[in-house]
Write a protein that binds this ligand. Structure first.
Ligand code: TRP
Ligand code: ZN
Length: 528
C-alpha cells in the first residue's frame, strides 16, 4: 500500500541523486522551478560519516543537531514502533543533501521545514535532498515519519552473544547498547561527536509505563493509550538515549544535596533481590558525593536508575542521567542476591567520564572505562576495603607478564577489543601509575580540571595527556606510551610501582583478588 503511494517519490529521488552525482549541483527539484533561473549557490552533499578511526561511517557531516523530538508509539503486542522524529539542526556547510543514520525501519515521509524532501536509503544511510540547498549556518528542521520493528544489535563475544539495541522484552522494551543502538530506532546523527537535547513522547497501551533520560514532564491517557513525555535538555550523545517500557515501581526522591532522583525498578523484581537492588539505589546520593569530591560537581540536573527484570539483559549502560542495569549485577556466582554497589558507582562515574565528557572517537574508550574503573577503586577506599594503590599493586603482581591481558593496547584496542577487560583494568591502572608519577596534588587537580574543561563536550587521549603535562609540569609521553600504547606488561621500574605499598594487607589483597575475579567474570558474561 505505502509502496505504491511512494513510488513516484522514489523516481524523483533517483533523478536527483544522479544530477547531484555530477558534483556541485543544484538539486533536480530546484533546477525544475523558476528560482533556478538564478544560478543556485554552490553546495555539496554532507559526508556520510564523521571519520571515526574505528567506525568511519558513523554519524554524518555537514550539520549539527540541536534537538531531537521523538514521538513514538510502541505496541508490545506486535513490537511495531510508529515514529515521527523532528530534528532541529544547523548546517555547517552548504548542503545539497545530507544523511541521517537509520538501520531497518520503513521511512514513509521526509520533510524539511514543512516541505516534502526527497530521500533514498542505502545501507544505514538515509540520504535526504532538500528542495533547495541549505545554506551554511542555516537552521532547519527535518521531520521523518517511519515505522517498523526496531533493530537489535547482537555483539558477538567469545562463546556468547550479547543482545543490545532496542530489545523487546516480555513486558515492554529495553533500549541500550554501545556503540550501536540509536540508529536502530530513530533517524540520527549517530556519533557521540554530535550531542543534542532530546524529548521523547512515547505512547504505549495504557498499563505500560515508560522511563527515559531526564525529567518526566507529563502523562496523557486517552482511548486506551498513554503518552509519557520525557525531556532531556542536557546535551547527550546518541547512544545514551534510552526509553524503557514495562511495569515499574517508581521511586522519586532527592539526594541530601537536593538532586532529583527518579528510580524505576521492574515490579516483577521482589524479595531478597529487590532488597539488595533498593539498598544500592538508596546510596546513589552518597556515591555521587564521593565521586563529586574528586571529579567536581555532578554534571546533570537529575539522576536515577532503570533496573529491568529482563532475563537476557547482561550489561549495564551509562544512559545519561539514568543508567540501565541488568539485575544480574546483584547476583553472586551461586545465584544468590548480593551487594551490587560497585556497578552503580561505575555507571554514575560515567556521568562525568563518558557522558558529560564524551568520546570524540571510539578508539579513546579507555577514557570512559578506565576512569569508571578508577572510580570503583575510590569507592573501595571509601568503604575501607582497599586503596587504589593496593588494588593496582595486587593486580599488577597477580597478572604474569606472559598473560594475554597485557597484549591489548588500550589506547588503540581495535574494534574487536574495544570493551575487553584490559580496557577497564589496565585503564584504571594507567591512572594510578599517573598518580604515582605526578603526585596526589597534581593528579586530583587534573581530574577536576579534565571534567570541568571538557564539560558538556568531548575529550581525546591526546588532550588528556596535554593537560596532565601542563598541570604536572612533567614530560609524560613515556608513561603514556608504556601504559596505553605498548603490548607488554609495563616494567616494575616504571612509575608502576614507584610508590609501592610495603605490604598490601591481607584484607586489601583479598578484596583486590575478588574484585578482579568479578570484573573478569562480568566482562566475560556481559559488559559494564
Ligand atoms: N560502557 C558500558 C558500561 O560501562 C558497558 C558496555 C560495554 C556495554 N560495551 C557494551 C553495554 C555494549 C552495552 C553494549 O556500563
Ligand atoms: Zn563502563
Amino acid at each position: 500500500m505505502a509502496r505504491t503511494a511512494f513510488a513516484p517519490r522514489r523516481t524523483l529521488t533517483t533523478i536527483s541523486a544522479i544530477s547531484c552525482a555530477i558534483a556541485l549541483c543544484a538539486p533536480a527539484a530546484a533546477q525544475a522551478n523558476v528560482a533556478a533561473e538564478r544560478p543556485g549557490p554552490r553546495c555539496e552533499p554532507g559526508a556520510p560519516g564523521l571519520g571515526d578511526t574505528y567506525y568511519p561511517t558513523y554519524g554524518n557531516g555537514g550539520y549539527d543537531v540541536r534537538h531531537y523530538d521523538l514521538e513514538v508509539a510502541y505496541d508490545p503486542a506486535t513490537d511495531v514502533l510508529d515514529g515521527q522524529a523532528a530534528i532541529k539542526a544547523k548546517a555547517t556547510q552548504s548542503l545539497c543533501s545530507f544523511n541521517l543514520d537509520l538501520v531497518g525501519m520503513t521511512v514513509r515521509e521526509v520533510e524539511i521545514d514543512g516541505s516534502p524532501a526527497q530521500w533514498t536509503r542505502s545501507g544505514q544511510e538515509l540520504v535526504i535532498t532538500p528542495k533547495h540547498p541549505l545554506q551554511r549556518g542555516r537552521s532547519f528542521e527535518v521531520q521523518v515519519r517511519y515505522d517498523g520493528i526496531p533493530h537489535e544489535f547482537v555483539i558477538v563475544l567469545p562463546g556468547f552473544e550479547l543482545r543490545t539495541g532496542f530489545m523487546a522484552t516480555p513486558d515492554g522494551a529495553t533500549v541500550a547498547g554501545q556503540p550501536e543502538v540509536a540508529a536502530g530506532w530513530f533517524p540520527v546523527n549517530d556519533h557521540p561527536l554530535d550531542k543534542a537535547a532530546y524529548s521523547f513522547d512515547v505512547t504505549v497501551p495504557t498499563g505500560y509505563e515508560v522511563v527515559a533520560n531526564g525529567f518526566l514532564k507529563d502523562t496523557d491517557t486517552r482511548g486506551g493509550t498513554t503518552t509519557y513525555e520525557w525531556d532531556a535538555r542536557e546535551p547527550m550523545a546518541s547512544y545514551l538515549a534510552t526509553i524503557d517500557i514495562g511495569h515499574w515501581d517508581v521511586d522519586t526522591w532527592r539526594t541530601e544535596s537536593g538532586l532529583p532522583v527518579y528510580d524505576a525498578v521492574d515490579s516483577a523484581i521482589t524479595g531478597g533481590l529487590r532488597e539488595v537492588i533498593d539498598s544500592s539505589l538508596l546510596r546513589q546520593g552518597e556515591i555521587l558525593d564521593v565521586l563529586a569530591e574528586r571529579f567536581g560537581p555532578y554534571p546533570f540536573s537529575t539522576v536515577g536508575a532503570i533496573v529491568d527484570n529482563q532475563d537476557d539483559l547482561f550489561f549495564a549502560l551509562e544512559t545519561q542521567t539514568r543508567p540501565v542495569y541488568s539485575k544480574y549485577f546483584w547476583f553472586d556466582a551461586q545465584g544468590n542476591p548480593t551487594n551490587g554497589d560497585f556497578v552503580v558507582v561505575h555507571e554514575l562515574a560515567h556521568q562525568w567520564f563518558g557522558d558529560d565528557v564524551a568520546l570524540a572517537r571510539w578508539q579513546d574508550i579507555w577514557l570512559n572505562e578506565g576512569f569508571a574503573t578508577y572510580a570503583e577503586w575510590l569507592w573501595a577506599e571509601y568503604e575501607g576495603f582497599a586503596t587504589p594503590q593496593e588494588i593496582f599493586q595486587a593486580t599488577y603482581d597477580g597478572i604474569p607478564a606472559d598473560d594475554p591481558f597485557w597484549d591489548v593496547v588500550i589506547g588503540d584496542p581495535g574494534v574487536e577489543h574495544l570493551f575487553d577487560n584490559p580496557v577497564y583494568v589496565r585503564g584504571g591502572m594507567t591512572l594510578q601509575a599517573l598518580r604515582n608519577e605526578i603526585g596526589d596534588d597534581a593528579f586530583w587537580q587534573l581530574l577536576l580540571q579534565w571534567a570541568a574543561s571538557q564539560s558538556s563536550r568531548h575529550g581525546t587521549t591526546a588532550e588528556f595527556i596535554t593537560l596532565a603535562e601542563q598541570i604536572s609540569g612533567q614530560h609524560l609521553d613515556a608513561l603514556f606510551e608504556t601504559w596505553l600504547f605498548t603490548a607488554e606488561k609495563p616494567p616494575a621500574t616504571a612509575s608502576a610501582t614507584a610508590l609501592a605499598v610495603p605490604n598490601v594487607s591481607a584484607q586489601a589483597q583479598g578484596f583486590a583478588e575478588q574484585w578482579m575475579a568479578t570484573q573478569a567474570d562480568r566482562v566475560e558474561r556481559g559488559r559494564y
